[in-house]
Ligand binder design. Structure first.
Ligand SMILES: Cc1cc2nc3c(=O)[nH]c(=O)nc-3n(C[C@H](O)[C@H](O)[C@H](O)COP(=O)(O)OP(=O)(O)OC[C@H]3O[C@@H](n4cnc5c(N)ncnc54)[C@H](O)[C@@H]3O)c2cc1C
Length: 379
């Protein structure tokens, strides 16, 4: 059995690198969002160029603007882009899970409008999931949407929302039936961000300026035709979408980049002679290799048409553990200054990813029940 990349895949990776040499925005510094209009314009131009090559949504079906390409092609692109600080901006989410969710549950009009814009590289989304009292326990979310004629009236709030500064739309989870059991009363609204009544509040960013916002909704009138899927049946769509989100980023290659910087710095300062540092570097290297293979397992399952499985939780835990190991090592080798964002391999982000998209503890809970069939812990 040959576990290596095919010749075509190697050629593709080479052409992606050539593309990057030509199309990476001038002065690109990864996640620097201090000049948001420039950040958004750069990400849009980059995505439009990817789209013109047919690469932005290449793994989508042709009928939705894709090329029917293998998920491996998409994985190669992701591996080349993440260590650079993801020049697609939030558009990586569009391709990984927002578009696929719309393909599964959208009306013909929603598919035509949103999937067309996503595959053209022309639109930015944010995800309105977490609330001040609903993070790990997401199904307990309380942002309320009440039907009023042809509209829903939305009141409530979302917190820790990434990419708000560039977002044209929000993939918003709302409660439409407060009487039903937690998971049974949730709906999804594909909400334009320019509707009246959306208040965007600043949150100091541990992982950089403009990283998170608090969204407060006061009587926001959202047309009911913007609902994705059936009313009160949003949870099934979200579960599937989250499974795609968990492995949509090639964090193992970001981890490799940081680890290489750490080794270089340790060599320069003489720390590389320290046995404890050496063994931590070995541990990090092994964790990165394991997380790469576990992620490839999920890509392989997708390539064979498998529905989402807990393998994506396992891969996510492995990726965030690898990031944590290199983040902690970087902290030791670079000192406090190393926590500042000093390169595209942003160390503070490396430490934060074990919370994003469901904390490691929640992923482990799901692995315990869904993969190992262990009984639920009752506390
Ligand atoms: C970089 C980053 C980007 C993010 N982007 C977004 C975004 O775009 N949109 C969005 O909606 N949210 C976003 N979030 C928020 C993220 O999804 C939540 O922070 C996460 O789900 C945890 O929720 P919480 O912060 O409320 O913590 P809590 O749920 O309060 O958890 C606190 C601690 O308790 C533990 N815990 C809770 N319940 C259990 C349990 N049953 N078993 C074991 N341990 C438990 C958790 O693991 C955690 O350690 C982002 C977060 C980060 C760090």
């Amino acid at each position: 059995m040959d576990f290596d990349w095919t010749e075509e895949d190697v050629e593709y990776r080479t052409s992606v690198r050539a593309f990057l040499a030509e199309n990476l925005p001038a002065g690109w510094h990864g996640y620097d969002k201090t000049n948001l209009p420039k950040y958004k314009a750069d990400a849009r131009a980059f995505c439009e160029a990817l789209s013109a090559r047919g690469w932005l949504t290449q793994n989508w079906p042709r009928e939705y603007g894709g090329q029917d390409a293998s998920p491996w092609r998409h994985a190669i692109l992701s591996e080349e882009l993440w260590p650079l600080g993801e020049p697609r901006g939030s558009q990586y989410m569009n391709v990984n899970w927002i578009g696929p969710a719309i393909m599964v549950a959208g009306t013909p009009e929603q598919k035509a409008y949103h999937l067309g814009r996503i595959s053209a590289g022309d639109v930015f989304w944010c995800q309105g999931f977490s609330e001040p009292d609903a993070g790990s326990d997401l199904p307990s979310l309380r942002t309320r949407a009440v039907r009023d004629g042809d509209d829903y009236i939305v009141n409530g709030s979302k917190i820790w929302t990434s990419h708000v500064g560039t977002a044209d739309f929000c993939f918003l989870l709302v409660r439409t039936d407060p009487e039903a059991s937690k998971r049974a009363g949730i709906s999804i609204l594909l909400m334009p961000m320019d509707l009246p009544g959306i208040d965007v509040r600043h949150i100091d960013g541990f992982v950089g300026e403009q990283s998170f916002h608090h969204l407060v909704f006061t009587d926001v009138r959202v047309p009911a035709v913007y609902r994705l899927g059936e009313e009160n049946r949003g949870w099934d769509i979200v579960r599937r979408a989250l499974s795609f989100e968990r492995v949509g980023a090639a964090h193992y290659d970001t981890a490799t980049l940081i680890l290489n910087e750490v080794v270089e710095e340790a060599r320069r300062t003489g720390l590389l002679d320290d046995g404890e540092i050496q063994s931590k570097i070995g541990e990090a290297e092994a964790a990165i290799a394991a997380s790469r293979l576990l992620t490839y397992r999920v890509v392989d399952l997708r390539a064979h048409g498998s529905p989402p499985t807990t393998d994506s939780n396992i891969a996510r835990v492995a990726q965030t553990q690898a990031l944590r190991l290199v983040g902690e090592l970087a902290h030791v080798v670079f000192g406090e200054a190393g926590l500042e964002s000093h390169s595209p391999g942003d160390i503070r982000r490396a430490l934060a990813y074990s919370v994003a998209a469901g904390t490691t503890e929640m992923q482990l809970d799901q692995i315990a029940s869904g993969h190992l069939n262990l009984p639920k812990f009752k506390g």
